[in-house]
Design a binder for this molecule. Structure first.
Ligand SMILES: [Zn+2]
Length: 93
């Protein structure tokens, strides 16, 4: 199953689902963003005395919803949840 929407970039990458797409495909971009958010953003507000509090994952998702719409929000959210569930199952990636 290919998720390529037509960019047909010769550089291929494998999604967590095993689907091979180009490294310019939207599906790959989405997965990278989901991994970035999970690696970088806290899942709840940090209780530190710093004034620059980072966005939480939930706040980031709300920003995505506001900026890109509900569809993109749902896709990013479900990708993040899928990656989290992979991690819980101890799958390597
Ligand atoms: Zn593509």
């Amino acid at each position: 199953m290919s998720e390529c929407l037509g960019c047909e970039n010769p550089t291929k990458v494998t999604l967590r689902t095993g689907t091979v797409v180009c490294n310019t495909c939207e599906e790959w971009r989405l997965e990278c963003e989901a991994r970035w958010a999970l690696d970088t953003l806290p899942d709840r507000p940090e209780k530190k005395r710093t004034k620059k509090l980072r966005l939480t994952r939930g706040q980031y998702l709300e920003d995505v919803k506001a900026a890109r719409g509900v569809d993109q929000y749902m896709r990013l959210r479900s990708t993040m949840l899928a990656i989290l569930s992979d991690q819980k199952n101890g799958r390597a990636f």
